[in-house]
Ligand binder design. Structure first.
Ligand SMILES: [Zn+2]
Length: 666
């Protein structure tokens, strides 16, 4: 066969009838699901009636341009949209982009889903294999592109380099939208917006469909898209009273929703309680309330409106619709209400991440991350017998951290100032807050204002304290927050021997470098000390997520009666006011490990985090100095040098507080 003949024969395959008016009818006439799928055989929308309107939105005859679906698992949305893509290949050829979150999902979709659609809908003869000559044939189907008569389908992921390249497509389908990156690194704007740009030329005839399970309320892209439009809910007629209801997972106390009867802890019946009639119905009743001709028990002859979508919000955009669907609507043969109820019980017992995946994957809703923080009332009980300025017996060394607050000259409640905490460290990582001080004054001149007051206070003995047994202890190392005014802080730190600038970072910024070893899971570091440019000053960068987590975990350790406390215990002087503890517990931890302030003042927490990192840095620097000393003075072998660790150092200082190497931090 010559090339020309081949091409002509291909065009013979093209349909001559006008394009079909319904995607749903087109799919039902062709699509057969494989025997290993939950519901094998011909595709029937009366098992999943909520998919009808969504599929028809993608019909070229429909004026709807944008369709957003906020979905749970097991509602067959991928299968339905795959069928609609089949329609755009076979019945109305066009250029299509299918984009999913990862390269492996894209590959899976290309090699399994879409090939099956093409085969089961009898579209194999539409595929074309373009070639430049007889020897150099290309395949019509690759994992990145499928070419067919009249159009093509690009399969991309957020990881593919193609995504940003200019393309022209009429149909854009985004699967797993919440797995797509929020912003591009090059600052061109959001990834989704870049993809949408490829549709510009199609104006009102474009079709945009995004569907996904959501993540958290703050970060979910599908939730944002959903909230921008008319937020449709799917209403079913109650099979008892016939009135419309939305299937929801309501509170336990609610007079409606998914409920269960249990006997001796075992679930014996799971049912749905109707808010209108107070009667119950079961998962198997889906055959009634999903059917095209539903009926109800109370009035069997009454004609009921079949299950349908209803907008819950008015918008000024008639061409865009958003939908929300949960696993209670899952078709018979997929997830049952019993499965769903069991998942809920399990999620509740797990809490945290378990609850979060139940909300995302079963309810199809974003998780509202309420965050966690210590209970202030409990932490206040950690106040002990000693007064601020006194040093309890077990303390072996002192560290100090200074937080720099910009404040405002005009606001008497929030003036420019320094806030500092002196912390006493004992073996077993027990700590006692010794002193908390606020020094008001200008902070932009390292020789004046609050800095001058700080220097005066220090030279008048502010950094030396007497331990309960009479021994004087001097602050070993001082860290000053340089995040806000680095130059001023660097200059101030030049003046003192054991003063160094510190700076906080969220965990992700603290990945270990090439020649460093991460000391936390995932290759992250607790802190990093590095020289600033060519100066003699060392900057201590602190992984604040790690230290905040560390502090919050330890604030849960309760006070024991008597003098002996558990390892990790944090004690506070009896005269610290409530405001101090509100600041200390002023941030909440989210499930992703990040911390967020819930009040304006959190300086006490910042100081504590710097102090904990300073104590680690101090001990590790002492270990190094002791090793060097033993090696040079006593010629210790590498094996013996291993005996020198932080416990060794703590014991040395416990025996004599003067057993420290000073001036080694720069
Ligand atoms: Zn009812």
């Amino acid at each position: 066969m010559t090339d020309a003949r081949f091409i002509l024969s291909q065009y013979d395959n093209m349909t001559t009838e006008p394009p079909p008016s319904s995607i749903v009818t087109w799919i039902e006439a062709r699509r057969v699901l494989p025997s290993d799928s939950p519901i094998p055989g011909y595709y029937r929308f009366n098992r999943t009636p909520y998919q009808k309107e969504i599929c028809e939105n993608l019909n070229p005859y429909s004026p709807i341009r944008e369709t957003i679906v906020l979905k749970s698992r097991k509602v067959g949305m991928t299968t339905a949209v795959d069928g609609a893509i089949g329609f755009w290949i076979g019945a109305w050829p066009s250029s299509i982009i299918y984009c999913t979150a990862t390269e492996s999902l894209a590959k899976q979709w290309a090699t399994e889903n879409i090939l099956h659609v093409i085969e089961s809908c009898g579209l194999n003869d539409r595929l074309i294999a373009p070639f430049s000559n007889a020897r150099n044939k290309r395949n019509a189907v690759t994992t990145k592109r499928i070419e067919f008569i009249g159009g093509n389908l690009s399969i991309i992921s957020s990881g593919s380099t193609d995504a940003r390249r200019a393309k022209n497509c009429r149909v854009l389908v985004l699967d797993e939208t919440d797995g797509l990156p929020e912003m591009t690194t090059t600052g061109e704007g959001s990834f989704i917006e870049i993809l949408r740009g490829h549709q510009m030329a199609w104006g009102a005839r474009r079709k945009f469909c995004a569907f996904s399970s959501p993540t958290t309320l703050e970060s979910s892209a599908i939730w944002r898209l959903y909230s921008a439009y008319d937020e449709r809910k799917f209403l079913i007629p109650c099979p008892v009273c016939g009135r419309d209801i939305e299937l929801v997972d309501a509170d336990d106390e609610a007079n409606h929703g998914l409920k269960a009867d249990t006997q001796a802890g075992k679930i014996i019946d799971v049912y749905y309680l109707c808010p209108h009639c107070g009667d119950v119905f079961h998962n198997k009743d889906k055959t009634i309330f999903f059917s095209d001709n539903p009926h109800c028990k109370k009035d069997p002859h009454k004609k009921l409106e079949p299950a349908h979508w209803e907008p819950t919000k008015k918008t000024d955009d008639p061409y865009s619709r958003s939908y929300s669907i949960n696993s209670l609507y899952s078709p018979i043969g997929a997830m049952t209400w019993t499965d769903m109820f069991k998942a809920k019980v399990k999620a509740r017992s797990e809490g945290g991440d378990g609850l979060r995946s139940y909300v995302n994957l079963y309810l199809g809703l974003p998780f509202k991350d309420t965050g966690q923080r210590p209970k202030v009332d409990r932490v206040i009980e950690l106040r002990g017998e000693y007064k601020s300025g006194e040093v309890p017996k077990g303390v072996v060394f002192l560290v100090a951290a200074v937080d720099v607050q910009k404040g405002s000259e005009k606001d008497p409640d929030n003036p420019p100032r320094l806030e500092l905490e002196i912390l006493g460290i004992c073996p077993g990582r027990i700590s006692y807050s010794i002193f908390y001080k606020r020094i008001e004054g200008a902070i932009d001149d390292p020789y004046g204002g609050a800095w001058e007051k700080f220097t005066d206070w220090a030279s008048e003995g502010g950094l030396t304290y007497t331990r309960a047994d009479g021994l004087p202890l001097r602050v070993q190392i001082i860290g000053i927050d340089s995040g806000y005014l680095p130059d001023v802080v660097y200059r101030f730190c030049e003046a003192g021997r054991d003063i160094l600038p510190v700076k906080g970072f969220g965990q992700k910024s603290m990945a270990a470098g090439k020649d460093e070893k991460g000391d936390l899971p995932g290759g992250y570091k607790r802190y990093r000390a590095s020289k600033i440019g060519s100066s003699e000053i060392r900057l201590l960068e602190i992984n604040t997520w790690h230290y905040k987590d560390h502090v919050y975990n330890r604030l849960k350790i309760e006070r024991q009666p008597g003098d002996v406390q558990k390892n990790g215990f944090c004690g506070f002087p009896r005269d610290y006011g409530d405001e101090y503890f509100l600041m200390l517990c002023g941030e909440e931890k989210r499930t992703d490990g990040s911390f967020h302030p819930i009040r304006e003042r959190v300086e006490a927490l910042d100081c504590r985090v710097y102090n904990e990192a300073l104590a680690d840095f101090f001990l590790e620097m002492q270990v190094m100095a002791w090793k060097q000393w033993y090696q040079s003075k006593k010629g210790w072998s590498l094996i013996r040098l291993k005996e020198i660790d932080t416990l060794f150092v703590l014991e040395k200082i416990r025996q004599n507080p003067r057993n420290v190497f000073s001036g080694i931090y720069k």
